[in-house]
Ligand binder design. Structure first.
Ligand SMILES: [Zn+2]
Length: 234
């Protein structure tokens, strides 16, 4: 095992056992290096990895605010990992679409009617009615879907979906650019969003779940016949 992995394992064990908690601090670099019998360079390397994964924020200087603090920002790290893997073309758009259907149809079925996420979705819907600009519309669209998912009150599902945000925005814009009429597409998407929100508001979990799956799959299917995996990879 490489030295920095030893440090990563130690941090993970501390977190798992609850000895290190959110907002807590890692020992100083020198102390940790001595304790684990590794070089300070190895500790630094481990801290950089943890930082990139959104688990810690490395501190600078001295005083009460210095030191490496445990944080929880999984979305940014997941998002950049997914973006990089999209770039390597190992994450085909068709698979992103299926994952959306999986997460979002579950979320729609489990949305809490009193969740602030639904009020937020309603506001975003208002924004979508007011704009005819496709870029602005698609931005509101993806935020609408994230707000709906938030209403299911599952932080893991929300973080996973949020990490797909950029990937979603890229493929939805690509589909839009290939449509013969974006005006009719926007009108259709608006109506579908309204129906999904209405189904959730009325407590029709199964209907909401089905409508959102059809909404996501239907939009993507419009890029056919070009939507072979090769052509839709980005
Ligand atoms: Zn939508």
């Amino acid at each position: 095992m490489r030295a920095h992995q030893l440090v990563l394992e130690w941090v993970e064990a501390q977190l798992s056992s609850g000895k290190l908690v959110l907002g807590g601090r890692l020992p100083a670099e020198r102390a940790l290096a001595e304790q684990l019998g590794v070089s300070r360079t190895s500790v630094r390397e481990a801290v950089r990895i943890l930082e990139a994964m959104g688990v810690v924020r490395a501190g600078v200087g001295s005083g009460p605010d210095a030191g490496t603090v445990v944080i929880a920002e999984p979305t940014a790290a997941l998002a950049s990992a997914i973006r990089l893997h999209m770039a390597t073309q190992h994450l085909p758009v068709a698979d992103v679409v299926q994952t959306r259907v999986l997460l979002e149809s579950w979320a729609a079925a489990h949305a809490q009617p009193d969740s602030p996420g639904l009020a937020e979705a309603e506001e975003l819907l208002e924004g979508m009615r007011a704009t005819a600009d496709t870029g602005a519309f698609l931005d509101l669209d993806v935020r609408f879907h994230l707000a709906l998912a938030k209403a299911a009150d599952n932080v893991v599902v929300s973080a996973m979906l949020a990490s797909l945000r950029e990937a979603i925005q890229v493929y939805t814009a690509n589909v839009m650019s290939r449509l013969p009429s974006w005006e009719s597409a926007l009108a259709r998407l608006r109506t579908e969003h309204e129906e999904i929100l209405k189904a959730i508001g009325n407590g029709h979990a199964e209907l909401a779940s089905r409508l959102i799956a059809e909404h996501i799959e239907g939009y993507y299917a419009q890029s056919a016949p070009e939507n072979t995996p090769e052509n839709t990879r980005q």
